[in-house]
Design a protein around this ligand. Structure first.
Ligand SMILES: [Zn+2]
Length: 620
């Protein structure tokens, strides 16, 4: 308590300073060209958004008005917004709302079409009246049946990477930042939440007000509407969830406050005010999404034993790497995710110790090796700086950005020492708060503040090989985990003796189990699986990491005892990268393919469009 009271005044001062800073950030944009946005911010760009939206569950439509405050520095006659399938009713300008004309550019695959609005050199406000399309890629409308409570419908958005343009006409590039206010009207039984300062209880009017005082890019615009309740974890963290899930979730995420404190100790103050979680229904396609102030999180990490909470460390870390300092284009995505994986594991280490962090690092290396084997060691897509021009930037959501990015930062840490690297990172976050950066701007900063022309250090880090070269550079740090050596020895003993008793007393944590399962021999028999299952109860596990690993083996080795659980898992769980590998495994045999198609008939309706479109392709 003493420590806390000492910390608070300091944070308040920093928060106040930040308030001034974000205004500067919104006015002082790093204007870079982005192949995934039609907007031309060098001519006219947005600074602030006032949203007035109505959420219509019957029509599965959002309608309303987006009023943009713009900077028309170049005195242009046109401002360009991104738009995907929006139905634009009218557009007006300025305080008097003078009607203006608009036109659309040519439709382009993945990125939609430009919305070109005629403005005058004096225009400072543009009001767009619009409705969303049924196919809006950012919106998932859930039926009551698809929620935990089964009584009310639910809506959530997923704007990253380039889907914000499907529910709000915007300059949809991560290099363009703006503040926002919103008024959202929803059915009276439901609560609305956004990536902003949020209400904690429902009101009688169904009208909710939001304010995001920090300049954010469009991919961090988020909205959720449902039968949602709130419970505080501590004074600045808490959990939103459906009432049925809330108690369990609050228990599972009890460490949230400690995580924020550990993160601040590493890289400076948390600048967003509150840090809350929203536990989504199971169709949420990701582990988590770092929407500012309100991380959206999959319910599949509620294992009942707090064993999967490190994903919160990841989403929280994005409050610095990603939300505070942002990749300027999706070709610089590693700046968001590589930094976040590094930061996540440092928080993990602070809270759960080096043994835990070491295990994570071993998995990271496996994931990187797999990604490179998949993509080809010479593929340009294995460079950290990528080029997804003409492709969907979602394709870049792979372990090059996440794990090669992570290992690049590890190799810098190894070259300069942790203390110096931490000071560098702290300065990087402070110096670029509420700004977006390209890879080149980061490298320039790295040269100026860390490498400082030292040729030996430059060679040791080998930036070029990491950022502009394929595969895995030679100076990657070696990783290993003491716990995994113990498990390797236990495995060897089991293979010799067939004795399973005692194993489950040694192999306890989620990571240990995952590792053990991943190291089981390729010629594993169903009889051996049955013996292991009797000891570990892997088939009945509620830990989705363990389930994914075990069910993959069960399919591969025709372990029929897991069939029913696999079926239920695939129907109930919509987390994309926790189900797609199982469909892929099933598709390896004709009879598995039949099972996959049969399960999918029931499961498809529970998945997010992003998920079912990917699986449609697999199963076609
Ligand atoms: Zn992330």
């Amino acid at each position: 308590m003493k420590k806390l009271s000492l910390i608070i005044p300091v944070l308040m001062i920093i928060a106040c300073q930040q308030k001034n800073k974000h205004t500067t950030a919104a006015n002082d944009q790093q204007l870079v060209s982005d192949p995934h946005s039609f907007s031309n911010p060098a001519i006219a760009y947005v600074k602030h958004l006032d949203l007035d939206l109505n959420v219509d569950f019957e029509k599965q439509q959002i309608n309303g008005k987006a009023s943009w405050t713009i900077d028309n520095k170049a005195k242009a006659k046109e401002i360009i917004f991104d738009n995907s399938k929006l139905n634009i009713e009218k557009i007006t300008l300025g305080p008097d709302e003078t009607p203006t004309t608009f036109s659309f550019g040519k439709e382009e695959e993945f990125i939609g079409k430009a919305l070109k609005v005629a403005i005058s050199p004096e225009t400072d406000r543009v009001h767009v009246y619009y409705t969303t399309d049924k196919q809006a890629s950012a919106l998932q409308w859930l039926t009551p049946q698809q929620t935990a409570g089964k009584k009310h419908p639910y809506l959530f958005t997923q704007s990253e990477s380039i889907a914000a343009r499907s529910w709000i006409p915007c300059q949809d590039s991560p290099g363009i930042r703006f503040t926002y206010n919103a008024v959202v009207t929803v059915p009276k039984a439901l609560l609305a939440l956004m990536s902003a300062e949020n209400p904690t209880i429902k009101n009688d009017s169904g009208v909710y007000h939001f304010k995001q005082v920090h300049a954010i890019p469009s991919y961090l615009l988020a909205l959720a509407v449902g039968d949602i309740a709130f419970k505080a974890v501590d004074s600045r963290t808490g959990v939103y969830a459906e009432p049925l899930v809330l108690q369990k979730a609050v228990w599972e995420f009890a460490d949230m406050g400690k995580m924020v404190t550990a993160a601040e100790k590493l890289y400076g103050p948390y600048r967003w005010g509150r840090y809350d979680l929203l536990v989504l229904p199971p169709s949420f396609p990701f582990g988590g999404m770092e929407n500012p102030n309100l991380t959206f999180i999959t319910p599949t990490i509620i294992a009942g034993d707090r064993s999967l909470v490190s994903i919160i460390c990841h989403e929280l870390a994005h409050s610095w790497s990603g939300n505070l300092v942002t990749n300027a284009t999706w070709n610089d995505f590693w700046l968001n995710e590589g930094f976040t994986n590094y930061f996540e594991r440092r928080i993990d280490e602070e809270l759960y110790g080096k043994k835990e962090a070491d295990m994570q690092a071993v998995f990271a290396r496996h994931a990187l090796d797999d990604a490179i084997a998949d993509m080809g060691a010479t593929s340009k897509d294995t460079h950290l700086k990528t080029d997804y021009t003409g492709r969907n930037p979602d394709e870049g959501t792979n372990d090059i950005a996440y794990e090669k990015g992570y290992f690049f930062l590890r190799s810098i840490e190894a070259a300069v020492g942790r203390e110096k690297f931490d000071a560098f990172l702290r300065g990087y976050f402070d110096g670029h708060a509420f700004h977006s950066l390209t890879t080149e701007q980061f490298l320039d900063y790295l040269n100026k503040h860390l490498i400082q022309g030292d040729p030996k250090l430059e060679q040791q880090i080998d930036v070029k090989a990491w950022v502009y070269g394929p595969g895995i550079p030679a100076n990657i740090v070696a990783v290993g985990a003491e716990r995994f050596k113990v498990i390797d020895a236990l495995l060897a003993k089991w293979q010799k003796t067939g004795q399973v008793s005692g194993l489950s007393k040694e192999i306890v944590s989620s990571n240990e189990k995952r590792y053990f399962i991943s190291r089981l021999p390729a010629d594993l028999t169903a009889v051996q699986m049955s013996a292991l299952d009797a000891t570990f109860h892997f088939t009945a596990s509620n830990n989705t990491d363990v389930q994914l690993a075990w069910y993959t083996l069960a399919i591969r080795h025709h372990y029929g005892a897991a069939d029913q659980r696999i079926r239920a898992y695939l129907i109930e769980n919509g987390r994309m990268w926790h189900i797609i590998p199982l469909y892929k495994e099933l598709l390896k045999t004709p009879e598995g393919a039949k099972t996959a198609k049969d399960i999918y008939k029931t499961a498809r309706g529970n998945y997010h469009p992003m998920t079912y479109l990917a699986i449609d392709k697999l199963l076609k």
